[in-house]
Design a protein around this ligand. Structure first.
Ligand code: PHB
Length: 403
């Protein structure tokens, strides 16, 4: 006999238990608003998904100042700048000196662990491993979320508002009728080949490197494990290159007059990351709002994805509180306007960093010689040789002030 269905009425139902969903649940709880978070993945599965690792200073403040955890201050690494490397030379962009801000290397996995622990500590209702989640009635005042709990019990939520924080393959965003949504999309002719390697730290900060053979990024995880990426063809299989070829490719792309050398070691994880820019707007329709990757995706070059998700929910928590207090839909509509301003700035920056550093094969129409490559070097030179250029990069990379 199937187990009896339980019907619950949280104020807010949050579909998606990644950083956006958990942070929203945490911020709402601080405002006295209850929520239930659902995710189809298990906690272990989310913890083992490798994602980007850079937090803007405001994201760090959000974690620390709202009482999630201050572990980031102990286990994270403050970076006061990055290296832009091209034509075999590195150029430091000194964020702290230029805009008085830094960023923190603290992988998304750790952000997730801190948030999941904080929700458990504070008695938050987070359900991992649920299946068959579906949402209906977002055009009415009483939306319904149906799902099957991890133990097989069917459940039903009757919240006042549903938040779709269910990532880039969001089911929620498709609930907005086509005539009420606009999608903006840009596809890139390359992808990133990402590895985790057991080697010591190469440099104190991140190196973003443009070379004729394509882009390379040297990031970090621990004293003994580093995260690194190579520009590659989209659709490339993760096992297409041997370990030897990968190390040769890094060496060739990083080669320069300063003899920067990369130690080699065991490669313990490999993955190919697709590249796209995507925005769906508005981020609010009826009794549904979207947050994080469910509403927008950026290419990883600007390290903005996680920061945007946290900025979204920081704005959203206040808008939901206003909406519950006033009963006026204007409060939810305000969310879209405020969040999208930052989203489009981040879209622009991520696109700009991407085109600044990646190489495309083939000539553009009407060009004689490799015009695209020479123009790109001209742009890189302009950025690093002027304080205004470096400041622009520093301002965007460290993030715009949260409101
Ligand atoms: C990472 O550490 O995974 C990382 C860092 C910076 C980026 C992208 C990824 O721009």
């Amino acid at each position: 006999m199937p187990a009896a269905e339980t019907v619950e009425s949280p104020t807010i139902a949050i579909v998606g238990g990644g950083p956006a969903g958990l942070m929203l649940s945490h911020l709402l709880a601080r405002r006295g608003v209850d929520s239930i978070v659902l995710d189809h993945r298990s906690r272990t599965e989310i913890e083992h998904t490798h994602r980007a690792g850079i937090l803007e200073a405001d994201s760090v403040r959000l974690l620390v100042d709202t009482g999630v955890s201050d572990r980031v201050l102990r286990d994270g690494d403050e970076h006061e700048g990055i290296d832009l490397r091209f034509s075999g030379r590195s150029h430091r962009i000194h964020f702290k000196e230029l805009v008085w801000e830094s960023v923190w290397l603290y992988p998304q996995t750790d952000v997730f662990i801190d948030l999941a622990d904080a929700r458990a500590r504070d008695g938050g209702d987070v359900r991992f491993g649920v299946t068959d989640a579906s949402v209906e009635g977002i055009e009415t005042d009483s939306p319904i979320v149906r799902f099957t709990d991890a133990d097989g019990t069917p459940g039903e939520l009757r919240p006042r508002l549903v938040v779709g924080a269910d990532g880039s393959r969001s089911i929620c965003r498709r609930l907005v009728p086509e005539e009420h949504r606009s999608a903006y999309f840009h596809e890139y002719p390359f992808a990133w080949f990402g590895i985790l390697a057991q080697i010591p730290r190469v440099a104190p900060e991140l190196i973003y490197c443009r070379s004729e053979r394509g882009f390379a990024l040297i990031s970090q995880r621990t004293e003994t494990i580093q995260r690194m990426y190579l520009q590659c063809e989209p659709g490339m299989a993760p096992d297409a290159w041997s370990d030897e070829q990968i190390w040769e490719e890094f060496a060739a792309r990083l080669a320069g007059e300063d003899d920067l050398t990369l130690p080699t070691g065991p490669i313990i994880d490999r993955a190919v990351l697709g590249f796209r820019s995507f925005v769906q707007e508005p981020m609010h329709y009826g009794r549904l709002v979207l947050a994080g990757d469910a509403a927008h995706t950026v290419p990883p070059t600007g390290a903005k994805g996680l920061n945007l998700a946290l900025a979204d929910v920081s704005v959203l928590a206040g808008c939901i509180e206003d909406w519950l207090g006033s009963g006026s839909d204007d409060a939810l509509a305000a969310y879209t306007g405020t969040a999208l301003q930052r989203v489009w700035r981040a879209q622009n920056f991520s696109y700009w960093m991407t085109q600044l550093l990646h190489t495309t094969s083939g000539r553009s129409d009407g060009a004689v010689g490799d015009f695209a490559a020479m123009r790109q070097l001209g742009e890189l030179d302009t950025v690093v040789s002027s304080r205004a250029g470096r400041t622009y990069l520093a301002e965007c990379y460290t993030g715009w002030p949260q409101r």
